[in-house]
Design a protein around this ligand. Structure first.
Ligand SMILES: [Zn+2]
Ligand SMILES: [Zn+2]
Length: 446
């Protein structure tokens, strides 16, 4: 039975609709049906800023009014899930990819890149850049000297050489210096640099020449070490009001696939770089996951953070976990993680270890304090999502284990996992990048 207040709000909405305020009416009705205030504000902002039309907003709002259709069986866990769905917000909007960071990329005037498709199959998708001579997209060859200039082929490269010649040697030297500088900062053994200073220049590796130079002088071991440090030290740093997560910096710079993208976000990762890292560093994946868990604990369990800082931490945790998700859409990345390159069938070991780590992370989030700090269970859903992606790959690559069972979830968690995480994970892998809220809704309501 709807409460009295809800009935009143619906009546008010009906009256408003008659009066002509269709958007307001749809809005009021959605609030009456339990749309959170935060989601409401987002909608109002979208309409006010002209990002969506009022008519489209009405359609979206009306969709929210439709009851969530979920196949519910007669098992106890399904019934518990049905009860839970009544209580939790049905729309989980995570706009990690649309924020101030994107504005920075745009302001910096970075060149667009055609986003690589997802990497199902045994090839690492290559980002496509435009030719520095003729400007056409899809440049495949790059100057072997400086690694900084891209061309569609020999013809353009030869034509450009006359003007490029002078800059090339300088480019090369600048790249070498930048690569060495970044690695030295990351590996600052004496810790003379502040955490922020140690990573602030990692953006220099956007440049392929600097990136390659850094790899030559020990980027990967330095990265593993700094991620391991994050797993232990991230909360302490934030509590000292020095909010810096190495993991966050790394995934939003070094591994960000859209280094030249102008329309925002890091909805894809540079799978080639991730594979290079994981192949070079046997402990690389564990270091990434541990760093993500360090950030998550800081965002969810640290009572010492003031509100403003906590919100930043929450955002940081979402970005980090989202980046893992973007890595796991690529089969070559997964194969590098589980040590089964080419088309080899992976063993069960890495899947078992992941199930244990993710299962215990999920269980450690199962308390009231976390609930209060993670409204709408956004971060919690991120962790479920990563587990579901591993489950997908265990099945797809025919690993000899029952991943879902190994997670050791409670019956309520299992229902949430099966009904929400698994379909959204599969849809994400098929799409090869983050789902829009509408696509997410479609996936979980199937
Ligand atoms: Zn060209
Ligand atoms: Zn060159």
């Amino acid at each position: 039975m709807p409460g009295r207040a809800a009935v009143a709000a619906e009546r008010a909405a009906a009256a408003a609709a008659k009066a002509g305020g269709e958007f307001e009416a749809a809005f009021e009705a959605a609030i009456a049906k339990g749309m959170s205030e935060a989601d409401g504000d987002k909608f109002t902002d979208l309409v006010a800023s002209g990002k969506i039309s009022e008519a489209d907003a009405i359609v979206e709002l009306q969709k929210m009014l439709k009851p969530v259709k979920i196949e519910v069986g007669d098992r106890a866990e399904d019934i518990a899930f049905k009860e839970m769905v009544k209580k939790v917000p049905t729309i989980m909007i995570d706009e990690s990819g649309v924020d101030a960071l994107n504005e920075q990329y745009k302001a910096a005037g970075v060149k667009p890149i055609a986003a690589a498709p997802n990497g199902i199959g045994n090839a690492v998708p290559e980002p496509a850049v435009s030719c520095d001579h003729c400007g056409l997209p899809g440049a495949k060859s790059r100057c072997s000297q400086c690694q900084s200039s891209f061309y569609c082929g020999k013809e353009c490269q030869v034509a450009a050489w006359k003007s490029h010649k002078k800059a090339c040697a300088t480019f090369k030297r600048v790249c070498e210096d930048a690569g060495r500088e970044v690695v030295a900062a990351l590996a600052d053994k004496e810790k003379e640099l502040e955490a922020n200073e140690r990573v602030a220049d990692i953006g220099q590796l956007d440049n392929e020449g600097a990136y390659r130079a850094a790899v030559r002088v020990g980027l990967w071991p330095a990265l593993t070490a700094i991620l391991q440090e994050d797993a232990h030290g991230v909360s302490a740093r934030w509590e000292r009001r020095q909010p810096c997560s190495f993991m966050h910096w790394i995934v939003t710079s070094l591994f960000r696939g859209e280094r030249h993208r102008t329309d925002g976000g890091f909805a894809v990762v540079d799978a080639g770089r991730v594979v290079a890292f994981l192949t070079a560093e046997p402990g690389g994946w564990d270091a990434l996951v541990d760093a993500c868990i360090g950030v998550l604990k800081m965002a969810l369990c640290s009572k010492k953070l003031p509100k403003q800082l906590y919100m930043l931490a929450h955002r940081c945790a979402r970005d980090c976990w989202n980046s893992l998700s973007m890595m796991l859409v690529h089969e070559p990345v997964v194969r590098a993680i589980v040590g089964a390159p080419g088309d080899a069938v992976p063993g069960a070991d890495v899947f078992k270890a992941m199930a244990a780590t993710l299962g215990s992370t999920i269980n450690s989030m199962d308390n009231e304090e976390v609930e209060a700090r993670d409204p709408n269970s956004v971060v919690e859903a991120n962790v479920f999502h990563i587990a579901a992606m591993f489950s997908y790959w265990a099945r797809e690559l025919k690993a000899p284990c029952d991943f879902d069972k190994l997670l050791g979830l409670s019956s309520v968690q299992r229902a949430m996992y099966r009904q929400m995480a698994k379909p959204s994970a599969e849809a994400t892998i098929k799409k090869g990048r983050s789902l829009s809220p509408a696509e997410y809704g479609k996936a979980v309501r199937k």
